[in-house]
Design a protein around this ligand. Structure first.
Ligand code: GRG
Length: 306
C-alpha cells in the first residue's frame, strides 16, 4: 500500500532539503557574502514541486529515486536562480518571495545577480558530478540529463520565455498585443515556466532508467502539468492572499498582464486546468507504468493554494 500523498511529499521534501543544505560551496571556497546570498534564497522554503516531480518520475518508471536526487536538487537551484533574477528591479521588481524580502532587497542588486549566476552554474556542476559513478550507464544518463536541463533552462526554454514576456511589457500597444492571444500566451508559458517543470520530470525518468516510451509518457504528462501550474498560478494571483502565496498577489492585473483569468475568466480557467490533468492521465495510461503518484501530484498542482 502506498503512503498518502501528504506523507509522500513530506518524505521527498526531507530528502531534498537535506541535500540542498549541503550542495552549495561554502567558505573558504566561496566568498562568505555570496554563500549567504545563495543560501538565503535556496533555503527559504518553497514547495519544491520540481524536485518532487523529478523523484516521483524516477519511481514512476520503476527506477531508484536516489539516482535522481542530484538532478532534482540541481533543478531547484536553477528554479531559485530564476526567481532571484525575476524579482530584480529590471524584471518584475518584487520585494517579497517565499515569505521573505527578496534577495536584492537584503543583499543589493549586484549580489542578487551574482547569487543567481552562482546557483545556475553550480547546478550544472552538481549534474556533472553526481551521482558519482563510473558506470557507463549512469554516465550516459547524466549526460542526457545535462542536455535536457540546459535546453529547458536556456534560450529555447526558460530564458527565452522570460525574454518574450519581458518584450510584451511596456506602454506601447504593439508590445502589449504580442501576448494577447491564447496561443501566444501558452507558447510563452510553455517556455518560461513549463520547460523546467517538464525537464524535472523527464530528468527523473531518465535517471530512473525508464524505457523510451515511458520517458515520452512522463514528458507528455509533465507538459500538461506545466500548463496547469501556470493557469493555477494566474488564478492564485487574482484570488490568493500575499501571506499564503509568500509573494505579492495581484501583480499581474496591476501590470495589465495577459493571464488565463483575463482571457477566459476564473471558471473557464479552472476547467482548463482540469482538462490538462485529464490529458496527463491519458498520456500516462498509454504505457504501463506506476503513474498514479504522478497524477496525485498533478491534482495537487491544480488544487494548491500557494
Ligand atoms: C529570470 C531567466 C529568468 C527566468 C524567470 C519562472 C520565471 C522565469 C520567473 C518566475 C516568475 C513567476 C512568479 C512565474 C509564475 C510561475 C512561477 C514559476 C512561480 C514560482 O514557482 P513556485 O510556485 O515557487 O514553484 P516556489 O517558491 O514554491 O518554489
Amino acid at each position: 500500500m502506498s503512503v498518502p500523498l501528504s506523507d509522500y511529499l513530506q518524505g521527498c521534501r526531507a530528502e531534498i532539503e537535506s541535500m540542498l543544505a549541503t550542495v552549495l560551496p561554502s567558505p573558504p571556497d566561496c566568498f562568505p557574502p555570496l554563500a549567504d546570498a545563495m543560501q538565503y534564497s535556496l533555503l527559504a522554503g518553497g514547495k519544491r514541486l520540481r524536485p518532487i516531480l523529478c523523484l516521483a518520475s524516477a519511481e514512476a518508471v520503476g527506477g531508484d529515486r536516489t539516482l535522481a536526487r542530484p538532478a532534482a536538487c540541481a533543478i531547484e537551484l536553477i528554479h531559485t536562480y530564476s526567481l532571484v533574477h525575476d524579482d530584480l528591479p529590471a524584471m518584475d521588481d518584487d520585494t517579497m518571495r517565499r515569505g521573505r524580502p527578496t534577495l536584492h532587497v537584503v543583499a543589493g542588486e549586484g549580489m542578487a545577480i551574482l547569487a543567481g549566476d552562482g546557483l545556475l552554474t553550480e547546478a550544472f556542476g552538481v549534474l556533472a558530478r553526481e551521482p558519482a559513478s563510473s558506470d557507463p550507464m549512469v554516465v550516459a544518463r547524466k549526460l542526457r540529463v545535462i542536455g535536457v536541463v540546459s535546453g529547458a533552462a536556456g534560450v529555447a526554454g526558460m530564458v527565452g520565455g522570460q525574454a518574450i514576456d519581458l518584450a510584451a511589457v511596456g506602454t506601447s500597444a504593439a508590445a502589449a498585443s504580442r501576448l494577447d492571444t491564447p496561443e501566444a500566451l501558452q507558447a510563452m508559458h510553455a517556455r518560461k515556466t513549463g520547460a523546467l517543470i517538464r525537464a524535472a520530470a523527464v530528468a527523473g525518468a531518465i535517471m530512473g532508467g525508464g524505457p523510451e516510451d515511458a520517458i515520452e509518457a512522463v514528458d507528455a504528462a509533465a507538459t500538461e502539468f506545466g500548463l496547469a501550474f501556470q493557469i493555477v498560478d494566474d488564478i492564485l494571483d487574482v484570488e490568493g492572499a500575499s501571506e499564503d502565496l509568500g509573494k505579492t498577489a495581484g501583480k499581474d492585473a496591476a501590470a495589465g498582464k495577459p493571464t488565463y483569468p483575463a482571457l477566459y475568466g476564473i471558471d473557464r480557467s479552472r476547467q482548463l486546468a482540469v482538462e490538462c490533468l485529464d490529458r496527463a492521465e491519458a498520456a500516462l495510461g498509454r504505457v504501463s507504468l506506476g503513474g498514479t503518484r504522478l497524477l496525485e501530484i498533478g491534482r495537487w498542482i491544480i488544487t494548491r493554494t500557494n
